[in-house]
Design a protein around this ligand. Structure first.
Ligand code: NAP
Length: 335
C-alpha cells in the first residue's frame, strides 16, 4: 500500500486525491491547503486529513473551525510519495522541501521538464519505473500524447503540425482571462511541441491561441504521413477507437462542440462531471494528399488525473504499463 500526500488540493490536487482514494494499492494519507475555504471544509467532510501548506497559518484554519493535522514535515515518515498540486512553478520551489524530507514526488505540467522524468502512461511508462521525481505532462501535452501515441505505435508519423486552441481559465477561476478577446501566443512554435517530445519522440511544431472559454482545449492536428505507409481513414478510426482514454464523438451523438462534450460528461454521472478521455471528432478524421487531419478536445481539469495514478505505480514498480492503465481505468470508469 503506497501512502500518498497531496500537496496543493486545488483543481488538479482534489481530483487526483479522489482518484487515488479509489485505488486498492494506494491511499491518501493527507491533503494540504493554504487557504481555509470551502475546498478545505469539503476535504475534511470527505474524510481526508487536512494539513497546511508549508508557511500557511494554522490559526487561520482554526479560526474557521477547520481542524488541521499540521504540516507535511510532521508526517513525513508515513508518506511514500507527495503528489504536488501547487500552482505552476511553485512545485519547483517545493522541491527543496521534498528533498530535505527525503520524499519522492510527482509534479504537474506547470513545472519545467527539468524537474523530473516526464510521464505519459501510454507513451513512456517504462522510462519512469523507479524514478524518484516524475512530472506528469500538462493537459495539452497529455492530449497530444494520447492520440499521436496511437499513430506513433504504427509508425506512420513523418511530421506533425498542430494548432492549440486553449481555454482561457478553468470554470472555478475568476482571475484569469480573456473574457472577450482571442490572444495569439506569439512565441512560435509554442511550448507544447517541445513538451510532447519529452514523452513521445515525434517531429512536431505547435502554435497556440487563447480563447474566452472555460470548457476544454481544442487541438487541430495535421500529420504528414510517411510516404511508404499505406493507412486508411478507417484504420485510423479503429486505432483511436481501440485505444483507452481516447473516444470518438460526432454528429450521430449530437456532440458538435466542447459544450456538448462537457454536458455528456455530466450525464455520465462522474465525479465533478469530469471527462478523462480525449475526444476526437470522428468526422474530422480525414486523409488528403498524404496528410491526416483531425480535431480533438481535452478536458484540461481531468485528463491528467489517471496519469497521476499510473505515475505512482510506475514510480514504485507496482504494475506494468498495461495492467496499471487497466486498473486505473476500471476504478475511474474510463472508456
Ligand atoms: N487546472 C488545469 O487545467 C491544469 C491541468 C493540467 C495541469 N495543471 C497543472 O497542475 C498544477 C496545479 O494547477 P491547478 O490548476 O490545480 O492549480 P490551483 O487550482 O490554483 O490549485 C493550486 C493548489 O495549490 C495550493 N497551494 C498554494 N501554494 C502552495 C504551495 N506553496 N505548496 C503547495 N500547494 C500550494 C493552493 O492552495 P489554496 O487554494 O488553499 O490557496 C491550491 O489548493 C500546475 O502545475 C498546473 O499547471 C493544471
Amino acid at each position: 500500500m503506497i501512502n500518498v500526500f497531496i500537496n496543493g488540493y486545488g483543481t488538479v490536487g482534489k481530483r487526483v486525491a479522489d482518484a487515488v482514494a479509489l485505488q486498492k494499492d494506494m491511499r491518501i494519507i493527507g491533503v494540504s491547503k493554504r487557504t481555509p475555504d470551502f475546498d478545505s471544509e469539503q476535504a475534511i467532510k470527505k474524510g481526508f486529513d487536512l494539513y497546511c501548506v508549508e508557511g500557511a497559518d494554522v490559526d487561520s484554519f482554526k479560526n474557521k473551525g477547520l481542524e488541521t493535522k499540521g504540516y507535511l514535515k510532521d508526517i513525513k515518515d508515513s508518506v511514500d510519495v507527495v503528489i504536488d498540486g501547487a500552482p505552476g512553478k511553485q512545485g519547483a520551489k517545493n522541491m527543496d522541501l521534498y528533498k530535505s524530507l527525503g520524499l519522492n514526488a510527482i509534479f504537474q505540467g506547470g513545472e519545467d521538464a527539468s524537474i523530473g522524468s516526464s510521464f505519459n502512461a501510454h507513451t513512456n511508462f517504462s522510462e519512469n519505473v523507479g524514478q524518484k521525481y516524475i512530472r506528469v505532462v500538462s493537459c495539452n501535452t497529455t492530449g497530444l500524447a494520447r492520440t499521436l501515441g496511437c499513430l506513433n505505435d504504427v509508425n506512420v508519423i513523418k511530421k506533425v503540425k498542430a494548432v492549440m486552441v486553449r481555454r482561457a481559465a478553468d470554470p472555478g477561476d475568476n482571475k484569469r482571462g480573456p473574457i472577450n478577446a482571442i490572444i495569439p501566443e506569439v512565441k512560435v512554435p509554442s511550448h507544447h511541441g517541445p513538451d510532447l517530445k519529452t514523452v513521445l519522440p515525434v517531429d512536431i511544431e505547435t502554435i497556440a491561441v487563447k480563447v474566452p472559454t472555460t470548457l476544454m482545449h481544442l487541438h487541430t492536428i495535421m500529420v504528414d504521413l510517411k510516404k511508404d505507409i499505406d493507412i486508411t481513414r478507417d484504420e485510423i478510426i479503429s486505432l483511436f477507437d481501440n485505444r483507452s482514454r481516447v473516444i470518438l464523438v460526432g454528429k450521430e451523438d449530437g456532440i458538435n462542440s466542447t459544450a456538448d462534450i462537457m454536458e455528456y460528461a455530466k450525464n455520465l454521472g462522474r465525479n465533478r462531471g469530469d471527462m478523462y478521455e480525449i475526444n476526437v471528432w470522428k468526422d474530422s478524421i480525414n486523409i488528403k494528399d498524404g496528410t491526416l487531419y483531425y480535431i480533438q478536445a481535452v478536458h484540461q481539469e481531468s485528463d491528467i488525473v489517471p496519469e497521476n495514478v499510473d505515475a505512482v505505480r510506475a514510480m514504485f514498480d507496482l504494475k506494468g504499463k498495461d495492467e496499471s492503465i487497466e486498473i486505473t481505468n476500471k476504478a475511474l470508469g474510463i472508456l
